[in-house]
Ligand binder design. Structure first.
Ligand SMILES: [Fe+2]
Ligand SMILES: [Fe+2]
Length: 291
């Protein structure tokens, strides 16, 4: 496929292909149910039980050491109560997206899941830090489960590039292995657009909230974020740490320096990052939960 010249042309090309992941029907039904103020766990449980692999995945996640609930959870209704509707939605999205990720790029699903774990962990660590550190006090109301979803979906634009612009994708990966350049810059050189922008467009099209699609849009350009700055900074650091620890593969082994803007926005220093690394490393053993 030839290089696309305009954004309109690019969007038209993407819409023409049918290899972009679509959201499963069960998600829209569950969304309808959870948008209703007095939604019924029983109805959601019933909808989910119809999809055996989805139910099995939910139970695996809720029973994983990452969630660390003290007793084993056997019922899907109990799992729904514990996870909440936002996590539920992101797990359902991941069901369809994970297969597409695995097909698009080896290692991308592991990269995305570890980034999700890390983003949620950082949000939680900031909440704890806030109690005794004045600088972190200004960070307010970060939804940890939204951070998990943003982490899971942050590189979804790479699926679009890999499946819709196959030749360009090969070229991008080739350049990435030979040069010391950021992958998003190479994508821009080759395609005039990068995966962060494509991902933003897709997530918006799926009607997910701005607390997910805006951090995704700016995860490689933290300083350009106007809203959800802290969420964007967390996502940037989670992605950076995942690559620094060599978990999965995101298309390039080049590692830039840690983003100082992100540290500044969150009011944290390198010691905070060191403690995050110590705590998240064991999550690498939990990357099976979506299989
Ligand atoms: Fe990215
Ligand atoms: Fe990434």
């Amino acid at each position: 496929m030839k290089k696309v010249d305009t954004l309109d042309e690019l969007i038209a090309t993407i819409k023409k292909t049918d290899n972009i992941p679509t959201l499963p029907k069960v998600l829209s039904k569950i969304s309808e149910e959870t948008d209703n103020d007095n939604f019924s766990i029983k109805n959601i449980g019933e909808l989910m039980s119809r999809d055996v692999s989805l139910s099995a995945r939910i139970l695996r996640i809720v029973n994983s050491p990452f969630y660390g609930f003290p007793q084993r959870i056997y019922s899907i209704n109990h799992a729904i109560v514990l996870l909440g509707s936002n996590v539920l939605k992101s797990i359902i999205i991941s069901t369809s997206v994970f297969t597409a990720m695995k097909e698009a790029m080896t290692g991308l699903s592991e990269h995305s899941l570890f980034c999700a774990f890390t983003a949620k962990h950082i949000a939680n660590a900031l909440e704890i830090l806030k109690k005794d550190d004045i600088r972190a006090k200004k960070i307010n109301g970060i939804d940890q489960d939204m951070m998990f979803s943003a982490g899971l979906l942050h590189d979804i634009g790479k699926i679009i590039i890999a499946t819709t612009f196959k030749e360009d994708f090969k070229k991008i990966i080739q350049i990435a292995t030979e040069s010391k350049k950021k992958l998003s810059d190479i994508e821009h050189d080759v395609l005039n657009i990068s995966h962060d922008q494509l991902g933003y467009m897709l997530i918006k099209e799926w009607n997910l909230p701005p607390s997910i699609y805006l951090p995704i849009k700016y995860h490689h350009n933290v300083s350009l974020a106007e809203d959800f700055k802290a969420e964007t900074a967390i996502l940037n650091l989670a992605d950076f740490l995942t690559r620094a620890l060599g978990i999965g593969f995101s298309g390039s082994s080049y590692l830039e320096a840690i983003n100082q803007d992100a540290l500044k926005i969150l009011g944290v220093d390198v010691n905070f990052i060191k403690s995050v690394i110590e705590e998240i490393y064991s999550y690498k053993d939990e990357l099976y939960i979506f299989d």
